[in-house]
Design a binder for this molecule. Structure first.
Ligand SMILES: *Cc1c(COP(=O)(O)O)cnc(C)c1O
Length: 357
């Protein structure tokens, strides 16, 4: 079986974890701070705040940015559930905007018609590792005095016009779940240049505590462990290499698949560096192809089978968004992660060729 994703953990990560375990400082030691500094430097921002997951990074970012009950937050319905849930955690209202057919990302030209007096923020999601149309989104946000809080859970290392995703929005949230371009087991990170928001986020991350047993507000336990941070420090050093390997796999697949009848290979905007967290093709007869790949021992993924507003707890925020509807029935993602080799890629290509007949 060729898996759709696989974390690459080497001896460096194992050694780093053993050091933490031997030190006895499993949390709030030196590793989390070091990982935050390294990650901020890599992205090109002043600050980073480590969290227990990508989901808690999103919730914490929204809280620290002051999103509260009744506020409206614009986002895409074509994303992982956590994007919309983080809005609900704050008592805020997700407002779904349709996506662009080619990039799968928020269609910036459809944002303004959804802005109201209650709108406070936009959450663009850099889906599959491709940066959103950030110039347009930032311009709209500035004009309407909104915050841009990006979901970069799939876009570690991606660039928009030469700048890394994470350094353009007011805040950006990353995930280090094992299937992502780099992992810490569970873990997340907020990146920003806003010191005030960082101070608030650190307080909320630790029960609202400013000093020991001194609580200034409602908070949570959203801390990252030093064990996770130790893994993250090592993974970050390898991220560019991981992403290059993905890119090589992508080029190979696209070369072989792009002329095939009934298959649309991924589109990449010329001004971005896509990091291909997922290699997603569009295909007529998607469900049959999925069945065929399964039978041939080739892992695949359907990201995402439904626009989020179809799920029961989000139904009341939904309207039919035609591109998201159509896209969710056509997409299928193929393995391109760094641990597959040319033989695996040839098997994938062969299977798809056989299927298309
Ligand atoms: C993975 C992911 C998240 C959530 O991250 P976790 O670390 O699993 O909590 C949020 N948004 C998107 C788009 C993701 O892919």
């Amino acid at each position: 079986m060729i898996p759709i994703a696989k974390p690459l953990i080497g001896k460096e990560e194992k050694k780093a974890v053993m050091e933490v375990l031997s030190s006895g400082m499993l949390i709030q030691g030196s590793r989390v701070e070091r990982f935050e500094r390294d990650f901020a430097n890599y992205i090109g921002v002043k600050r980073a705040v480590a969290t227990s997951s990508g989901t808690t990074a999103l919730h914490l970012a929204l809280l620290a940015a002051g999103i509260k009950k009744g506020d409206e937050v614009i986002t895409t319905p074509f994303t992982f559930i956590a994007t919309a849930n983080s809005i609900l955690f704050c008592g805020a209202i997700p407002i779904f905007v349709d996506i662009d057919e080619r990039t799968f990302n928020l269609d910036a030209s459809k944002i303004e018609e959804k802005i109201s007096e209650k709108t406070k923020a936009i959450i663009p999601v850099h889906l599959y590792g491709q940066p959103c149309d950030m110039d347009s989104i930032v311009e709209i946000a500035e004009e309407h005095d909104l915050l841009v809080i990006g979901d970069a859970a799939q876009a570690h290392g991606a660039k928009y016009k030469g700048k890394r995703v994470g350094s353009i929005a007011d805040l950006e949230c990353f995930s280090f779940y094992p299937t992502k371009n780099m992992t810490t087991g569970e873990g997340g990170m907020i990146t920003t240049n806003d010191d005030e928001i960082v101070r608030t986020a650190r307080v909320i991350r630790n029960h609202g505590s400013i000093e020991r047993y001194e609580y200034s507000r409602l908070g949570y336990n959203y801390r990252m462990t030093d064990i996770a941070a130790a893994i993250g420090i090592q993974q970050l050093k390898k991220l560019d290499r991981f992403n290059r390997a993905r890119m090589e796999n992508v080029e190979y697949l696209t070369r072989e698949l792009s002329d095939m009848e009934g298959i649309e290979t991924p589109y990449c905007r010329p001004e971005v560096e896509h990091v291909y967290h997922l290699y997603t093709i569009k295909c007529r007869g998607r469900d049959e192809l999925a069945g065929y790949l399964e039978k041939n021992g080739i892992g695949y993924g359907i990201y995402y089978p439904e626009p989020l507003y179809r799920y029961p707890h989000l139904k009341k925020f939904g309207s039919e968004l035609s591109i998201a509807e159509k896209t969710s029935k056509e997409v299928i993602s193929l393995p391109v992660h760094p641990s597959i080799d040319k033989k695996d890629l040839d098997r994938i290509i062969e299977a798809i060729k056989e299927w298309s007949g």
